[in-house]
Design a protein around this ligand. Sequence first.
Ligand code: ISL
Length: 564
Amino acid sequence: PDQTPWWTSAVVYQIYPRSFADSNGDGVGDLNGITARLDHLARLGVDVVWLSPVYASPQADNGYDISDYQAIDPVFGTLDDFDRLLSELHARGMKLIMDLVVNHTSDEHPWFVESRSSKDNPKRDWYWWRPPRDGFRPGEPGAEPTNWESFFSGPTWTLDETTGEYYLHLFDRKQPDLNWENPEVRHAVYDMMRWWLDRGVDGFRMDVINVIAKDPDLPDGALTGTSGLGNGYPHYGTRPRVHDFLQEMHREVFAGRDGEYLTVGEMPGVTWEQARLFTDPARHEVDMVFQFEHVSLDHGPGGKFDPKPLDLRDLKASLGRWQTALRDVGWNSLYWNNHDQARVVSRFGDDRTYWRESATALATVLHLHRGTPYVYQGEELGMTNAGFTDLADLRDVESLNHYRHAVAAGTPPEVVLDGIHRMGRDNARTPVQWDASPQAGFTTGTPWIAVNPNHTWLNAQAQYDDPKSVFNHYRRLVELRHTLPVVALGDFHMLLADHPHIYAYQRELDGTRLLVVANLCGSEQSAELDWPEAEVVLSNTGELRWEDGKITLGPWEAHVLVHD
Ligand code: ISL
């Protein structure tokens, strides 16, 4: 029997519903908007849709703060709309995976409302409550139970006046962390997951799932940076107990169920050693993880909002290391973009002079690694960063909190805004550019976040019939994964590891060899490269120039060759 999992030859497409397509003119994307655009996905050829959260939510973090896991937020539609989307996807042979956000809930979730109501409420222990630090009065600076800094700036603790105790939130204060040590919490989550699987969904993308297991002693962290706060990560990031929780989840939710599921755990800070454990099929935890090493290489000394230029050799070393680490055991996910990352064509590419060339070169390089590629909405069109320079244009809680804290700490506002302009999450959240009409065909109303003005020329309509478009290049990459077993399963071997601008590698399976070679800069480059005569199966520009073992590539030129 064939033991190869179906997702080795699959491509996943991420939808961020707020920004995909608005069917009712309220300026916010919705489920019916997605259903009306399924031809776009079918044309691209993707196999799976990952839907960012559509559950009931106060929307403090655009749905990553959930107040009812078994209801659809009215801004996105109804459960009937959801069921219709699911059946329309299934009818086209596509699967749907849900976002599972269970490190925290909204502070408006009934569980938390109960938990905060008194110290002896039965749900008190469902969250992390602690008295002020010894010797401090509630609310006094430094009274927080630990010195940890939140992912979204400031302390990870907020005082609740009702009981005079603090609750833990690794993210915003409206996202209190669940206590996974409590078995009632875990079983409530498993029940909810089964409910969605019974409804027909095909798996889950698990939000920050490697931070659910906290050290119950809650020790202080080492002081970092200039905030005066500490790094709590060692006390909650990828602790041994998270493996127990994921194995239990697998037993309780997936074991014995017939069906082809996909699970992917989002894991900030995960190392390849840990990823090998999480994705070892014999351990029954998750199918693959999202790691963050390659999207941290351009972070400067001040963190993500203080970016530095990417050295391509670091990128090759990093992705190559993950290819090697998960070669015999486990599996990689492959991504440049999601709703938390700046747009790749603006970040690692060139969104001015070589927009099309750099978008297609970067896509080529990523997709033909061994692993499951994820395309984030608009990436297949080469969508660029938002270009926001005004505080008033920003919507993201991470950016807004960062602005408040950094300015209060004395950083000049224009410096803070420049960091957000380049790296902020809103860059990825502007509406999908369907056509050249006002608001890019996204809405007939006023969009919740500004449409990028470049939609007049950068849009789906302009690309469908252009064989050289970014969209058609992505379509060809998806097709290569579906049709060439060497793309799905071949061994990976990095070439020219020390070349500062050329990214090259070979894949090999049963005597078939595939070569990817791409110049990831704006000037002509060449290198000695020895390879047999082969068929070019995909190029983004130009004719292959290869003589006497020397290959020459123009700006952002990329080729894929196959030798049988
Ligand atoms: O984008 C980040 C900060 O630069 C990351 O730290 C991000 O917050 C982290 O990857 C976790 O992301 C996930 O959980 C968050 C949510 O805001 C993100 O949108 C989600 O992808 C809290 O639920």
